[in-house]
Design a protein around this ligand. Sequence first.
Ligand code: 5AD
Ligand code: SF4
Length: 385
Amino acid sequence: MTKEVKAYKNLPKKVYIRTFGCQMNVRDSEVVKGLLLAEGYKLVDDDAAADVILYNTCSVRQHAEDKVWSQIGKHGNHPNNKIIGVIGCMAQNYKKEIFKRAPVVDIVCGPSNIDNIALYLGQALRSKEAVLGADEKKRKDNIYHTGFYEDKDHAYVVISEGCDNFCSYCVVPYVRGRLRHREHGKILKEVSDAVGQGVNSITLLGQNVSSYVDSGIDFTELLKMVSGIPGIKSLTFLTSHPKNTKQELFRIMAQTPVIKKQLHLPVQSGSDKVLKAMNRGYTVKKYIEMVDQYRGIVYNGKLSTDIIVGFPKETEKDFEKTLSLVREVRFDAAYIFKYSPRPNTKAAAYEDDVLPETKQRRHAELLKLQKEISRSKLEAQSVGR
Ligand code: 5AD
Ligand code: SF4
């Protein structure tokens, strides 16, 4: 890999980071920004003005990856005068293949290696070698304590990394590794420090927050502790998994004024057959019972979900079951996705047999239904005011 490195000498190194994907990635980009600021780099909002461009990428669906490849493609096929880095989930998913497919890329850094980002950047700026870091390890906790948050009022706080659920469609356990929990004391310290610098709203992040446990402190205990930190005005969390979310969580939500009455509980499908093939660990009946409990305990609680259409062998009947679940539950919001096979996952071995046009139609139909529901719920709310 050849690159004219002399051009970087004595320049103030300006870094532009573009984030694709979920809130976890938004937080990871902040972490990287905090680490680079501490090393004397400058952040810029404009890729044209940057010496270093980092793409923090998402692999959750093919579409997310396509967006990144097309963005990288805009830099041309050959190494140029900027340092280009691919960080996050695609870095882990494709490792050194990225250099082959896009020789313009200088750094590939997986989610577990972002604690080394300043090191990699230094190497890329000094040498002519491509730099790769894609191990599966726990991050050093100090990366969460740089005090850098994009928003002066709000902080995302990671409580656990990775995932052990192994839903058959999902790439997360392969790109973010097995489940690791942060120590609760360190989470509390990060929150207290953030509040000390003026943040008053906190979102706790994990792929499945209901699984959190550290030294006997489970998620509901952690919520109580965090909500007790003086100065917090609003506390929320993402994402809850229906297979192990407990009534106790709803009680704490109801009892604790600072906790937002808002639950993101991905259902994924309204068909038990599909849920089983997805390895979700609950039935539609159990999901609906949980929603009833939530709404019974948390007065006026908002509920959102994720749904995948076109999972392998999803028939018209299965899809109709999803429509009727959506009609019955009446979510406040639903994020609806067309299934795409992901490398290494169990479902990647199944035939992707729902035709693209069928996925498109089911997606549009569900979206239309959910839009009507969201609108009518909003109208009812404003009338009730
Ligand atoms: N295809 C489509 N959607 C997916 N999701 C996760 N993996 C896939 C996939 N292979 C969706 C799920 C998840 C959300 C973050 O992305 O609905 O909850
Ligand atoms: Fe986030 Fe999952 Fe996308 Fe990674 S693959 S950025 S964890 S949504």
